[in-house]
Design a protein around this ligand. Sequence first.
Ligand SMILES: Cc1cc2nc3c(=O)[nH]c(=O)nc-3n(C[C@H](O)[C@H](O)[C@H](O)COP(=O)(O)OP(=O)(O)OC[C@H]3O[C@@H](n4cnc5c(N)ncnc54)[C@H](O)[C@@H]3O)c2cc1C
Length: 245
Amino acid sequence: MITTYHRPQTLDEALTLLSRPNAHPLGGGTLLSKPTTDPIEAIDLQALGLNTISRKGNDLELGATVTLQQFLESEHCPEALKPAIKLEAPINIRNSATVAGTLVASDGRSPFATALLALDAKITVVSKPSSVTSVGEFLPLRPRGLITSITLPLNIKFAFEFVSRTPADKPMICTALTQWTSGRTRLVLGGYGKSPMLAMDGTESEGIETAARNAYHEATDEWASAEYRMDVAAVLVKRCLEVIK
Ligand SMILES: Cc1cc2nc3c(=O)[nH]c(=O)nc-3n(C[C@H](O)[C@H](O)[C@H](O)COP(=O)(O)OP(=O)(O)OC[C@H]3O[C@@H](n4cnc5c(N)ncnc54)[C@H](O)[C@@H]3O)c2cc1C
């Protein structure tokens, strides 16, 4: 339960407040405002000016408090990424939920986190000292700290394919494939577990179907069996390859 609310005006003020034991950054608040027994000091980030989207050469920098809907409607949002953002949450939630809050709160079923991991997106975490880390390093540990931005590459080919119970449900299986001009090919699978899974990051796409099958070999839960996920992943990854060729 949120017991105390602060709206810092500067990053320094926010960092000082966040050093308190029960303090948490408040993005859109769609998750943080849910009832819990623990007292929470909410540090609202909305006055910090972190809600901008800017192109920097071949990179796109998303401020931490950019909402999912703001990103979706931005002229800079890559078309291939839009289905993953739409599947993340319905429009009312997308209007409040921020890119950083969504990543921090994500599990393996998050299409947005799956896409960011496939894009090898970088996260700037401001603490003392500040650091830049990749989504791949961040997700398994989710260290405390204030995310100020997420940076994605734009000079890539990207494909996202999924299977879900209905077209608007979060996927039970999804594949996100990124290919750089160097030939580097990175495949991430979502729809299962605590975080999306990196299935392959190599210099070419050789063996990618096997990598997709292998990554899901223990992925049984209430939504699907591992065997089903393995078979479908092989099909979805072929579709991704068709899209980017
Ligand atoms: C009606 C409803 C339905 C929902 N349905 C789903 C669903 O189906 N699936 C699902 O996964 N989620 C769901 N959610 C949860 C929520 O929508 C998402 O997790 C959302 O994307 C969180 O984003 P936010 O900006 O609102 O985060 P917040 O609630 O503000 O914060 C979420 C977490 O991220 C941390 N955080 C926020 N910003 C930062 C930052 N800049 N740096 C570091 N940490 C930060 C917070 O401290 C907190 O721990 C639902 C929520 C509601 C209200």
